[in-house]
Write a protein that binds this ligand. Structure first.
Ligand SMILES: [Fe+2]
Ligand SMILES: [Fe+2]
Length: 220
């Protein structure tokens, strides 16, 4: 499905820019980095990750899963991932004045670092959950309801500019690799697992899938 391929490609850039954000913030805490790049990071995450990518997921993919594949909107994976979009938006709002400031006051530095760590970990793990669970499982459920393609949309000029900023920022600030991010595939690695979502089997599986699963287990 072209829409899902596009969303995966967007994830590839977003996860790189998150690593660059961490490199930039580390530099800014010691007076390094160009302060003018703070607003460019904000524009990338608000315009490209938010208005373009997250909104396309919610408005096109999640909506089709609810309206065409009969999946619940307010709980399970869709409720959890939508909630994560909101929470990450809140972290961006909190980070904006610090990231865009020409000078970061000493007393705000630990807070900026903590926000950048929280935001990057949340979005990396969110991307992993979408790539490994939501996209393949969602595509399969849409296929069962005879939906093989969904419309995408081109970027607006502001989104395209944010996209160009993202590419330039990755080149300027080599992405940091953070082993503390606890990334991984499957529901167990998802930040919402066990809090706002009980996992795919509990939330999405139908009687048919459980019967099929039991048949397979007993024939092994
Ligand atoms: Fe998402
Ligand atoms: Fe996504």
């Amino acid at each position: 499905m072209q829409l899902i391929e596009d969303l995966r490609a967007e994830h590839d850039l977003i996860e790189q820019v998150l690593g660059s954000l961490r490199t930039f913030v580390t530099a800014r805490l010691t007076e390094g980095g160009d302060p003018a790049d703070g607003p460019r990071f904000m524009a990338f995450f608000r315009r490209y990750a938010g208005d373009f990518h997250h909104a396309k997921e919610e408005d096109i993919l999640f909506r089709a899963l609810v309206e065409k594949a009969e999946l619940p909107a307010d709980r399970g994976p869709l409720g959890a991932l939508t909630g994560e979009h909101r929470r990450m938006g809140g972290l961006l709002d909190a980070m904006a004045p610090l990231l865009e400031a020409p000078l970061i006051p000493a007393e705000d530095r630990a807070r900026l670092r903590a926000l950048a760590v929280d935001y990057s970990h949340a979005l990396w793990r969110h991307i992993d959950a979408e790539n490994s669970v939501l996209f393949p499982e969602g595509q399969e459920r849409l296929r069962r309801f005879h939906v093989r393609e969904l419309p995408s949309r081109p970027m607006t000029e502001a989104e395209a500019e944010a996209h160009r900023d993202g590419l330039a920022l990755v080149a300027a600030y080599p992405p940091l690799y953070d082993p503390e991010a606890h990334r991984g595939d499957g529901c167990v690695a998802c930040p919402s697992y066990g809090t706002t979502c009980d996992g795919l089997e509990v939330e999405w599986w139908t009687d048919l899938e459980w019967e099929d699963f039991e048949d397979r287990m007993s024939s092994d």
